[in-house]
Ligand binder design. Structure first.
Ligand code: ATP
Length: 375
């Protein structure tokens, strides 16, 4: 691969190609060779992929900063007089769709893998041919949501199996996004489903409006809001109490697999939200009670399950073509995950597979302590 040529196209902050490319790793998966940046470096996003055979760059999706104190965060993040677009933040997984090479549009995960199953799902859920015929240089950035996906399981009342929402459209080589209004119109034109837009606010009214959106989302067990400038190149996120508690419950259901930083950051979100919005002592105590339950109950349940001989982990159900599901299971095993298939059947002409991503550390360490091991 001609590193110098890609270096110039990437326009990073590194001073020479070697400084940037030492961080890329070469992967050969599914008969495809890619060069991937596994973590953000020198102004280039994590998950950026170079497909040399197609002479193509697919930039990663940028990390979205989070505000902990809503009012102060909005005031310091956005300029006075600037419009703030507030869109729903959906709880699924990030997928970039790009048409590179001659295989048809591919779905890239956040970490820069081409996921065969997600590729099949996005081709089914979105009418991509017409879009990429007109916009070959673009990538769609979308969230695959719903209870039947290989990476997340959050339930939405409006989604039976899985669904996709396009929240960003970017140039895949420069990563420059379309402005929010332009992107939303484009998605309407191609019939691409989008996340809900709460509104366009002036900075002086944004906190009140966004807090009321957060209360509504929280009551429905939904995740939160992403606030964006009109040109979409600055974004910041803020999430609901129910999301924090759900994530803590997930983390503590597999206590030795999800790191301590993960847990601490979720609790910190709760601390700042409570300090800013929990006006009564009663409300604060209710939150504290719920927080405690989301930590203790799933963890105790897991210990008891392991004690009774069960294997624990993250459970997923997927449905689709026979070979697409085989390709998915191979892909997950290639990523060194331990997969246990718990059910494999046909329903309405489709294959349905339920599988467990085994949480090895939680199983091993919990067993060790249950047998009297010391901490
Ligand atoms: P980071 O953004 O720091 O990498 P993360 O990977 O944990 O953190 P999240 O906290 O889930 O990501 O938040 C960012 C993600 O939210 C985006 O990558 C995207 O997949 C998802 N998302 C859902 N809805 C939207 C939306 N309306 N606009 C932008 N992103 C959205």
């Amino acid at each position: 691969m001609d590193e110098r040529a890609y270096f110039e196209r990437l326009d990073s902050t590194a001073s020479d190609p070697a400084e940037l490319f030492e961080h890329f790793e070469q992967r050969s998966v599914g008969g495809r060779t890619t060069h991937v940046l596994p973590s953000a470096r020198h102004g280039i996003e994590r998950g950026t992929v170079i497909l040399d055979a197609a002479d193509a760059i697919v930039r990663g999706y940028p990390s979205i900063p989070r505000v902990l104190a809503l009012d102060a965060g909005v005031t310091s993040f956005f300029e006075s007089g600037e419009s703030i677009f507030a869109e729903e933040k959906l709880d699924g997984f990030n997928v970039r769709v790009a048409d590179v090479g001659d295989e048809g549009p591919l779905a890239f995960t956040r970490g820069g893998y081409v996921c065969p199953y997600t590729t099949a799902r996005v081709r089914d859920l979105l009418d991509l041919g017409e879009f990429f015929a007109t916009h070959p240089e673009m990538m769609l950035c979308a969230e695959l949501i719903g209870p039947e996906t290989p990476y997340t399981t959050h339930d939405y009342a409006e989604v039976d199996s899985d669904a996709i929402r396009v929240f960003d459209v970017r140039d895949r080589e420069s990563a420059v996004p379309l402005a929010v209004s332009e992107r939303r119109e484009l998605c309407v034109r191609y019939d691409f489903p989008q996340p809900r837009l709460f509104g366009r606010y002036d900075r002086s009214e944004a906190t009140e409006e966004i807090w009321s959106a957060i209360e509504e989302l929280d009551a429905d067990g939904r995740e939160g809001v992403v606030m964006k400038t009109a040109d979409s190149d600055s974004m910041v996120k803020y999430t609901t109490e129910s999301k924090h508690h759900d994530e803590l419950a997930d983390a503590f259901s597999l206590p030795f697999d999800l790191g301590r930083d993960f847990v601490f950051s979720r609790i910190t979100r709760e601390v700042f939200q409570a300090a800013e919005f929990d006006e009564s002592d009663e409300r604060l105590r209710e939150r504290a009670h719920d927080l405690g339950e989301s930590i203790l109950l799933p963890a105790v349940e897991t210990v008891r399950r392991i004690e009774s001989g069960e294997t624990v982990g993250q459970r997923h159900r997927v449905r689709g073509g026979h070979d697409d599901i085989d390709a998915l299971l191979d892909h997950l095993r290639d990523l060194s995950l331990t997969i246990e298939v718990e059910a494999d059947y046909r329903e309405n002409g489709q294959r349905v597979v339920e599988f467990l991503k085994v949480a090895e550390s939680t199983v091993d360490r919990t067993t060790y302590y249950l047998e009297g091991g010391t901490y």
